[in-house]
Design a protein around this ligand. Sequence first.
Ligand SMILES: NC(=O)c1ccc[n+]([C@@H]2O[C@H](COP(=O)([O-])OP(=O)(O)OC[C@H]3O[C@@H](n4cnc5c(N)ncnc54)[C@H](O)[C@@H]3O)[C@@H](O)[C@H]2O)c1
Length: 427
Amino acid sequence: MSRIKDAKLSKEGREELEWARENMPLLAMIGKRFEKQKPFRGITIGVCLHLEKKTGVLLETLKKGGASIAAASCNPLTTDDRVAAALADEEMDVYAWAGEDEKDYYKNINSVLDHKPDLLIDDGCDQIFMVHTKRKELIPSIRGACEETTTGVTRLHAMEREGRLKFPVVAVNDAYSKFLFDNRFGTAQSTIDAIMRATNKLLAGKTIVVIGFGWCGRGISERLRGLGANVIVVEVSGRLGREEGPAGQHKALEALYSGFRVMNLDEAATEGEFFITSTGNINVISRKHFGKMRDGAILANAGHFNNEIDIKGLEQLSSKRERVKENVERFTLRNGKKLYLLSEGRLVNLARPSGQGHPIEIMDGSFAIQALSLEFILKNKLPAKVISVPRSIDDEVAELALEAKGIKLSKPSEEQESYARSWKEGT
Ligand SMILES: NC(=O)c1ccc[n+]([C@@H]2O[C@H](COP(=O)([O-])OP(=O)(O)OC[C@H]3O[C@@H](n4cnc5c(N)ncnc54)[C@H](O)[C@@H]3O)[C@@H](O)[C@H]2O)c1
């Protein structure tokens, strides 16, 4: 029995879903195969994702494969109530509405877990965390899970390091077919789109500080430059919880060589007219920065949790916090300056109504990886670790995405294959 905002919204939700479906050829192909083979027959999938139209198409695809679906949102502000109503109509159990408070947010995830899922899909790891802390009785029957985002994968690596992870979790985020496109191009377009919808302000000629030059920050910076903004990139040194990959100093240099100004936030705080966080880290914009900012500066977060901007600190420095309009709040600092916070500091590109989420085609690729990874978990006996998406799935999804756009790459010749593997001669 679903708990949603309004069942009467389902007609509009169906329209949204239809538009998404028409633009998700990969999920359509996978769905056709699932319909025949029913890989999820008898399987219940517990879902904790942003519940909007693209997610809806993923859930329909899994249902075609025989799955029963119970779904909650992975963020209190990101549910599209129209889509939630349509999915509830399609015999899924949906527990989510836009603007749910923190208590209801966790209650809804708990309701999903009451369905005793065999598989989980998570975005940010809140569902997996709840199973490992408050619903441990479910662990023996859970075959595995998929995690969608960088922050979730970071949390899972920490659980694995401490020997606390009790079932396999596929790190969907770390597939090339996911992060190269979703984090970079998807977050870029949707973040900028949401900021424009919320503020209706011109970005050309503005000084915009992008904090974090990872996959998301890189995309946001590049696209902002394309719109004529002056972009300042802020990074920190070190790898922050990750042992591999480039460190912050490599990314700072990459930003510099890409033509961006690079500095630390103490310096950039005085210059920015907009600030966008995309780090996965905590209190990245903190008390010491707010006082230095220009009057009218706008703050937005594209990272997973609403803790990248120290909102409590901002509140304490302010004499007033008030709603200006949907997705925009004004903080009047004691020094008289006004700062504007978008979408309560939550994922600006997904927080409704200005946040529409990633473009449909991008989520077609990310969710193709999700669907195939869930099937992979069922077909294989995997250890209780963070598991990489198999290369065959990662490569296949990129190939199918190209094919869907009418692009067919040629294969290297046998001569080229063997040359690439040989101890090459110079001349
Ligand atoms: N908005 C979305 O739709 C969306 C999509 C994908 C990922 N995400 C989230 O966005 C965040 C970033 O993801 P990513 O894939 O770009 O991660 P990433 O690891 O590639 O990059 C994060 C970058 O932030 C930097 N950083 C960390 N702390 C910092 C600080 N205090 N100051 C400056 N820089 C700092 C790191 O050095 C790193 O380069 C994560 O929370 C992820 O879950 C959001």
